[in-house]
Write a protein that binds this ligand. Structure first.
Ligand code: ZN
Ligand code: ZN
Length: 238
């Protein structure tokens, strides 16, 4: 399909996004579900028996897996051009993150809550983790799933801080590789089809290979589709 046709369906999807209140309500509902389930799973975490050295190993493993899973979903979304149908307005609004990479400055808990609302897959992931917590699942496996479930929202805050954070503590955490640094993330915004990870970027080595092999990138596709859009930026939703 040519670029003009895609730009028209992009604009139609965004029009729907702004006219129909349900899209905002769905984000709100998804935020409540994700954050609510994360709180519940955090309480489950405190009931688990574990050895500290294994706890640290599991945390590091989960950190890598979170970076990879969320980076892959970002890769998939940046390469998704389907603006029709029920998910179309969500896909279109997601693409605006390349045009306006700076967020409105809200408090970190509010960013955590707001950005959790776009993570539809996380609702299923957390629900499955809760169901598994009632079974005889290995406690270290359960711990890994709980960490991934919570760190996936932390990744959104890390990406926010990468664009908006200026405090010395944030810069220190970025410099030592715990959070995503602008130096690492800049390539995603300035170049094409790379550096999709956004917890700290440690899995980009693998994601870049997958992107290069299987995906076309965004600069000649979704970025162009979004280019003709002149309406409100969804990234700053309060
Ligand atoms: Zn992107
Ligand atoms: Zn960014």
């Amino acid at each position: 399909m040519n670029i003009n046709t895609k730009q028209i369906s992009f604009n139609l999807a965004m029009k729907k996004y702004h006219e129909k209140k349900r899209y905002g309500y769905i984000y709100l509902l998804v935020s409540f579900l994700n954050v609510g389930m994360q709180f519940y799973l955090l309480s489950v975490l405190f009931t688990l028996n574990f050895q500290w050295h294994l706890f640290l190993v599991i945390f590091l493993l989960a950190y890598f897996l979170t970076d990879f899973i969320n980076g892959y979903i970002h890769l998939y979304m940046d390469n998704n051009h389907n603006y029709e149908g029920i998910m179309g307005p969500f896909v279109a609004s997601f693409h605006l993150h390349h045009r306006h990479p700076t967020y409105a400055n809200f408090s970190l808990p509010r960013i955590y809550f707001n950005e959790s609302g776009a993570k539809f897959w996380l609702v299923l992931f957390l629900l499955l983790t809760i169901v598994l917590s009632f079974t005889q699942i290995n406690s270290y496996l359960l711990m890994t799933l709980i960490f991934i479930g919570i760190l996936s929202s932390v990744a959104e805050v890390s990406h926010f801080l990468c664009h908006n954070g200026k405090s010395s503590t944030v810069l220190f955490l970025q410099n030592i590789g715990i959070l995503l640094s602008m130096k690492h993330h800049r390539k995603h915004h300035e170049e094409d089809n790379q550096s999709y990870a956004f917890l700290n970027g440690m899995s980009d080595f693998f994601l870049d290979k997958i992107a290069k092999r299987f995906y076309d990138g965004y600069q000649n596709y979704s970025d162009l589709h979004a280019k003709a859009y002149v309406g409100e930026d969804t990234r700053n939703r309060g």
